[in-house]
Design a protein. Structure first.
Length: 344
């Protein structure tokens, strides 16, 4: 199981120490560095800026939201980064949720799986560069039909020859059908709130997708599962877990509308539906402190690695036995060195 470093979202501005952390991740032998976007900073710019000072680590978006850009613009950004980095880019894509998609991007959210299929199809056409890109889908049409524009649209092929026609595409997925879709059409899966307790179910969902995987994609044996896992070293499990509880409470209670929170759904399937009801109630009432306090230590242990080194070391075998191929560490940048030594 390889290690990656997830820089996470920006808050009000550039996260302190981010450049140093990226350089440290490469120095400590991490396989990859990943960035995120929601409705503030974007995923590509920081990756290019920080990654320019590196020479080995892969540079991945976890994730670039498909509603933020057209498929061709996304392919352009990925192939540009791939050239500049010498073939180190990984394009991680995700659908986000209806609040962000419709509220921030002004795009419709329904049928995200079908939309994702079309998006990936077009990105792969751009990267293959075998012919001018044309597409007649339900959500994307290239060129735009004459009755929807000036009638002057022309099928085009990228002027830039992609460095790698098979630049890897990963999908962020939380629901069962979306996880299977990742295995069917992508080169990797980017799970959130992965738990070793769910490993057998996840393996089955991936197998369902692999059974429908078309010829021409990477072999199943090369499929990646790059899971973001919070890691906190502390004097004891409770104090370390306290640093993770607000993060879990945010996603369970504040990310997404009530009844349409896909992050919470993952925790529900883990058996924490009643706990999430309480977390969500406190969060929606504006009491984030009580929401965080409602996150039990058991839940933290299910989706994160927290505590003294010996406690984390005791839990590592369960994580190493999962389908995860790269564990994307989300942590205080100052903790990267001891964590790298412990997890390696």
């Amino acid at each position: 199981m390889r290690l990656g470093y997830h820089t996470g979202y920006w808050s009000a501005g550039v996260p302190a120490g981010a450049q140093e952390a990226v350089l440290a991740a490469e120095r400590y032998g991490f396989d990859s560095v990943w960035t995120a976007e929601a409705y503030g900073s974007d995923a590509f710019t920081p990756l290019a800026w920080w990654g320019a000072a590196t020479s080995r680590v892969r540079l991945g978006t976890a994730v670039a939201q498909i509603s933020a850009r057209t498929p061709t613009a996304t392919a352009m950004a990925a192939l540009t980064l791939d050239h500049l980095s010498g073939g180190r880019a990984v394009l991680g894509l995700g659908v986000s949720g209806p609040q962000v998609v419709e509220g921030w991007y002004g795009q419709p959210y329904p049928r995200p799986l079908a939309r994702t299929r079309e998006f990936v199809d077009i990105v792969r056409q751009v990267l293959a560069r075998e012919a001018p890109v044309t597409y007649d889908g339900q959500f994307y049409r290239l060129p735009l039909p004459a009755d929807e524009g000036s009638g002057l649209g022309k099928a085009l092929r990228s002027t830039v020859h992609p460095l790698r026609a098979d630049l890897p595409i990963h999908l962020a997925a939380e629901g069962p059908r979306n996880i299977a879709l990742s295995a069917q059409i992508a080169d990797g899966w980017l799970p959130m709130f992965y738990s070793p307790r769910m490993d057998a179910e996840y393996r089955q969902l991936l197998a369902d997708g692999f059974a429908q995987r078309p010829a021409g994609l990477r072999p199943v044996e090369e499929f990646e599962v790059c899971a973001t896992v919070p890691v906190v070293l502390g004097a004891d499990e409770e104090s370390a877990a306290a640093q993770i509880r607000p993060f879990i409470a945010l996603y369970a209670g504040g990310m997404g509308a009530k009844g349409a929170n896909f992050h919470r759904n993952v925790l529900d399937r883990l058996g924490y539906a009643q706990v999430c009801d309480e977390i969500q109630a406190h969060y929606l009432a504006g009491d984030r402190e009580r929401a965080a306090a409602a996150v039990p230590l058991e839940l933290v242990h299910d989706v994160a690695l927290v505590g003294p080194p010996e406690s984390i070391a005791a839990r590592l075998p369960a994580w190493r036995a999962t389908a995860i191929t790269t564990l994307l560490v989300q942590t205080d940048p100052r903790m990267l060195e001891p964590i790298a030594g412990l997890l390696a």
